[in-house]
Write a protein that binds this ligand. Sequence first.
Ligand code: C2E
Ligand code: MG
Ligand code: MG
Length: 736
Amino acid sequence: MSALRKTIRDRLGRIYANTTPAWAYNPTMLAIRNGLLLALPLVMAGSIALLLNNLPVPAYQQAMESLFGPGWRTFGATVWNGTFGVLALLMLYSISQHLTLHHNQQHPLEPISPIITALVSFACLVIITPAADGAGLAAKWTGAGGLFVSIVTALLATRLFLALARSRFLHFSLYAEGADSAIPQAFSCLAPGIATIFVFAFIRLFFDAFTGSSVHQALHDLILYPFSLFQDALGTSAAYVLICQLLWFVGIHGANVLDPVTHQFYELASQENLAALAVGLPMPHTITKLFLDVFVYMGGAGSSLCLLAALLIASRNNGSRKLAQISLLPGVFNINELLLFGLPVILNPVFLIPFILVPLVLACSSYLVIYLGIVPGPSIIVDWTTPPIISGYIATGSMLGSLLQCFNLVLGTAIYIPFVRLSDRIKANRLKTAMSGLMEVACGNTVSLSGKKCLDREDEIGTLARALASDLQTALRTGVGLCLEYQPQINHITGRVIGAEALVRWRHPAYGPIPAPVMVAVSEDGDFIGPLGEWVLNEACAERRRWHDKGLDDAFEISVNVSVLQLDDVMLPRKIDACLKKHDLPPYMLGIEVTESVALAPDTIHNQTLHAIHRLGIGVSIDDFGMGHSSLLYLKHFPVSTLKIDKVLSKDVENDHTCAEIITTIVDLCHTLHVDIVVEFIENQEQITLLRELGCHIFQGYFFSKPLPGEQLLDYANRTNAQADAASAWALPHAT
Ligand code: C2E
Ligand code: MG
Ligand code: MG
């Protein structure tokens, strides 16, 4: 049985994982989703304003009135006017912008200003929007009521404008004089802009002349039409819930778009119920707006309070749990935008089924219980921001109302839980794939036209890289999650630990440990390898100081990796010097290892910086010698004191004769030039035996020790050195 369950789960997981990219990454879908996503601060500001004005706590309402007077709601109302009141315009703007940015990515040589596109779309929307009593836009259509038309207009006007702007016939070029690129841009958009606006003016005229109503009214009627097909209340409600959820799912604020339906059917039903009650008659409707708000949409669309609970109970994904914690407070007051966009539920096929199923099931279970007379129907109006459990009690005047809400919460949560688990598994797999892709990119040498390895990629690797770059900058500011580990280097002749390499480590709060090459690649791409390097240098020097204070011998060198890009900074030698002084360390206790992502060139600033560092008395090693760009000419041009032989040569040395030959050549040359050699990636005794025969004797690798935290490294060094000293004392000729 459990094997069957596992198979089904695996199959579902695979299907979901494979279907996502095909349609969820469609530019139109993404534009709609991101349109609302980018307007999230405004949506949240509007929601908070609503909550402030309608918090269902009488003591709060009285306190506000006594503090700020009877007009205390003006603040919230003005915020609402500037956000939800113009939601249709905001959506239009952000969808147009998003589509244009996508167009510009596809056609980098013919970019179009997103501002011009948004302005043209705005003009088109204003043209087709009916006026309010002959003056200004009708407020009815600028807010949630006009959302659907604004989305359609944004898509059509933007696509039309972009298509016309790319057409050669409408192109009107004007060469830029000086550096002002705005003039040719505006001129090249002249004809397409006029044409797009005129098309929408014709649409307006057409509607005025032939339908006698506006585009808005026509679409409004179209939305209402399917609902008129259902004769029974349950069928209408099921269609309402289904369509509302589907709209939400593609990123359209379902409740807002269906506002006309809500008003037409469910608000009127609520009012008819109240009127019947007032004259002592039984309530004619079971399903009303109140019914939906109280028993179905607990937490908002998708009965998202159940999703919140499921995440808190079942999710093992740090990011999802954190999001659930942040969304809990607004969620209790039925504001769920943070959760829906943050998870993200929108366009996420994993949540499609429960997102539709839970409200449908809850609507049916509540209808049944009320129809059978087990729980009284809701009859007292409660504000939609009233938290569930309380709202059930107030609306029905009975504890049974709260009990039904509890039952619904448990039922909805139980339906969501398997999908939350599935989502966790898919997220983990995707992260694993993206991380290994990013690791490959980070370790490779391929860069884009703009010279970046990963940050400007458009795939999931790029998305992950950008998220990591931003989080790493935060980690650098706070120091949270960052630390160094140290890998010992052993002189095999004396058996002593002669130094240690400092290696940066970062435990991301959501993704766990991030490989060092990935950190380096994103910070090189993001131009903050300098601050990362300075953080590492400071930590390493502080650790070396602690080791010194605990008696580690002076000859022990701590080596710090320095990216070639850090050598662009002419101030680097001074910064290193200042760091040594800050921790009161002599320069010979520090070494740097130049790790190459780009080739070192002799006649560049890199070489000057390296010489300045060398003059401070600090040892310079060339890291990963044998791979990438490194060449023996480095020994001629750069002030090199050590070469670190890379794994490509050392790993297979006992099986690959060519590797052994190359190492012999390097050893000969280095002996002549008095350059030390450290061999990395020592994992077994056979490697050591052969490398000793080839003339190498300083080793680093898992055979001796993995990188260790500072304290443990000190213990390791003390223990190993004590054993080496004891062994050499034993080997000395004994006095007779
Ligand atoms: P690297 O400087 O060549 O460091 C050696 C890497 O090989 C380390 O990986 C170490 O853990 C790993 N290693 C050492 N011995 C063995 C072994 O025997 N077997 C295996 N499988 N691995 C071994 P790590 O820490 O992941 O670092 C990878 C690279 O990231 C480093 O290569 C270095 O290029 C870069 N890096 C690490 N820390 C820093 C830093 O603070 N700054 C800069 N710029 N680069 C750094
Ligand atoms: Mg290194
Ligand atoms: Mg190395």
